[in-house]
Design a binder for this molecule. Structure first.
Ligand SMILES: C[C@@](CO)(OP(=O)(O)O)[C@H](O)COP(=O)(O)OP(=O)(O)OC[C@H]1O[C@@H](n2ccc(N)nc2=O)[C@H](O)[C@@H]1O
Ligand SMILES: Nc1ncnc2c1ncn2[C@@H]1O[C@H](COP(=O)(O)OP(=O)(O)O)[C@@H](O)[C@H]1O
Length: 291
């Protein structure tokens, strides 16, 4: 556990868990392979965890209240996946304890980086520990799925090949890598992309062993590019340097690059109207050992 945000963790005060990381993910590819009767789409995707994300602080309350103590622009506390995750764990376990939760948002929202889902997963993992509710990894993954299709992978805790709606997970061994990630400054609603008439929904199934960047794609990308031209411009710009692709339902786009220096140089030359980051992979979730 070498994540810098973990330095304050596990220290003396049993009523507080400070600096709990909620890492981002990339979808290295995303194929839509079908649709369920309830409208949710069946996918095949590769989740890659990143060494970059939000952090959360949890302080125990004995009155059962769940309070978010920080402001998050555009997300009222009652809608926040963090608050919803805490209430879900309370309801599921009958726990009478509560928590003050401070969320320090770093990840762009609606970026396809899974920030809200990761915040929810970290909340489930941390409160399961703070409240001593004793749920297993598998039980927390099942609970997390009620909050969103992307929540289980962060509880699973390592890079994964995913099927179903993203909840059927197998560990994926990937070499360490550097990425440049661009945010084209638009927020793409996931539901809008999945509802689009022009979405390809019948990509043939692949085997996990056959996964390679060159033979896969992101089926959501053409739909997002048609509706949000800035996404296409960002992909075209990044593709000068390395094969570039959208993550999840967008709007962020990424490219794997050869080194820290390449990532630094490319990110630094990004047009001013967009944001760019150089990010390293993280094969394990920093809280993996907590379950
Ligand atoms: C596309 C992906 C790829 O990892 O990531 P993001 O781009 O959101 O990060 C996920 O499948 C998103 O997961 P998540 O963001 O948790 O989505 P949810 O809240 O469960 O669903 C939002 C909406 O998207 C649609 N949806 C989502 C997932 C799925 N497999 N099929 C769907 O049709 C549904 O209309 C749903 O109401
Ligand atoms: N803690 C949270 N962090 C980010 N977004 C949240 C959170 N709670 C609820 N949301 C809502 O979820 C939406 C999707 O957020 P996010 O997970 O960042 O994007 P994506 O699903 O594209 O990866 C946001 O636009 C926001 O309305």
């Amino acid at each position: 556990m070498d994540h810098p945000a973990l330095s304050g963790l596990g220290t003396a005060d049993p009523r507080r868990l400070l600096g709990c990381p909620a890492p981002a993910k990339l979808n290295l590819f995303l194929h839509v392979v079908g649709r369920r009767a309830d409208g949710y789409h069946l996918l095949q995707t590769a989740f890659r965890l990143l060494d970059w994300g939000d952090t959360l602080d949890f302080t125990l309350r004995t009155d059962g209240e769940i309070r978010r103590t920080s402001d998050v622009a555009g997300v009222p506390a009652e809608h926040d996946l963090v608050v919803r995750a805490a209430r879900l764990l309370q309801a599921h376990t009958g726990c009478r304890l509560g928590a003050d939760i401070a969320l320090h948002k770093v990840l762009p929202m609606g970026g396809g980086l899974g920030g809200g889902s990761s915040d929810a997963a970290t909340t489930l993992i941390a409160l399961n520990r703070l409240w001593d509710t004793g749920l297993t990894r598998t039980e927390l993954q099942t609970l997390g799925l009620q909050l969103g299709a992307d929540v289980p992978v962060f509880i699973f805790g390592c890079d994964a090949f995913a099927e179903g709606v993203g909840e059927a997970l197998q560990p994926l061994e990937l070499p360490p890598a550097w990425y440049v990630i661009l945010s084209p400054g638009v927020s793409v609603p996931t539901a809008e992309i999945f509802c689009a008439e022009d979405l390809t929904r019948n990509t043939p199934l692949i085997k996990m062993a056959d996964f390679a960047a060159s033979t896969t794609r992101n089926d959501l990308q053409p739909v997002a590019c048609n509706r949000y031209p800035e996404v296409k411009s960002a992909i075209d710009w990044l593709a000068q340097f390395a094969p570039a692709r959208m993550t999840g339902s967008g709007a962020c786009v990424f490219a794997e690059v050869a080194s820290d220096d390449d990532a630094e140089r490319i990110a630094a030359s990004c047009p001013e109207r967009w944001a760019a980051w150089k990010v390293r992979s993280a094969s394990r979730h920093p809280l993996y050992e907590w379950l």
